[in-house]
Design a binder for this molecule. Structure first.
Ligand code: DX5
Ligand code: ZN
Length: 225
């Protein structure tokens, strides 16, 4: 018997070695990664700077995996559509960063990608409010955004559980993604709570063998699929 759920393992390339990014991507693909998570930071919404449109464009040309662009930038509506045009198939924006969330989600979907809303650890699920039906997925941050390798915030498990209930009660198809501090010890609990897209950075690229690390994470979720 299966539960009929699809679990995606989405390595965050933030923790990868950028000098050999294509080899890192090939390794996680062999391990069973189904999505590539790309963290875009502007040094304003979060206290760090990372990569942007040109990097998404080159990965999209070669990676042969769907690209999930997590925009940790102020006024994401100004750039969201350009990330779709660069090749992202999923684009998420923070509810805390966008005064025009509905318009941004519509522009992502209009450009042909799945649209996600991201919640910081201190942001309640109630803030999704009227926007929830317009999102294809909600990304629950289980660390404060800005850096890889931080400690998982344990209360995120209950947050995912309550969000799952809210989505089910509203008869929506919204998927739940989780990002931050995910490793072999906590992946089963977040999947049991209702998360389906699992981002992991340091647990994969910080491991001696990223391919095996992805495989082990996936194996830890098998009873839920
Ligand atoms: C944090 C980023 C994450 C990060 C995850 O701001 O959104 O995607 O790369 O890295 P780990 O899994 O190491 O917490
Ligand atoms: Zn992320």
């Amino acid at each position: 018997m299966t539960n009929g759920r699809t679990i995606d393992i989405a390595p965050s390339i933030l923790s990868a070695d950028f000098s050999c990014l294509s080899e890192e991507i090939e390794a996680v693909k062999r391990g069973g990664a189904t999505i590539l998570h790309v963290d875009v930071m502007d040094g304003h919404f979060v206290p760090n700077l990372t990569v942007g449109l040109p990097v998404v464009k080159s990965i999209a040309r070669t990676a042969e995996l769907p690209i999930d662009a997590h925009l940790m930038i102020s006024e994401p509506g100004r750039y969201a559509q350009q990330f779709v045009e660069a090749g992202a198939t999923m684009v998420s924006v923070h509810v805390e960063a966008d005064a025009h969330l509905h318009r941004t989600l519509a522009s992502i979907k209009g450009a042909g990608a799945a649209a996600g809303i991201v919640l910081n650890p201190a942001t309640p699920i109630e803030s999704l409010g009227e926007a929830l039906p317009f999102a294809d997925y909600v990304l629950v941050m289980s660390v404060n955004p800005g850096f890889g390798g931080q400690k998982f915030i344990e209360t995120s498990v209950d947050k995912v559980r309550r969000l799952r209930r809210m989505i089910d009660e509203r008869h929506l198809e919204t998927r739940i993604e989780i990002d931050g501090g995910i490793d072999l010890k906590n992946i089963a609990s977040v999947v049991a709570a209702g998360a389906e897209i699992i981002v992991a950075g340091s647990a994969i690229f910080g491991a001696a063998d990223p391919e095996t690390a992805v495989r082990r994470l996936r194996e830890a979720t098998v009873q839920w699929v």
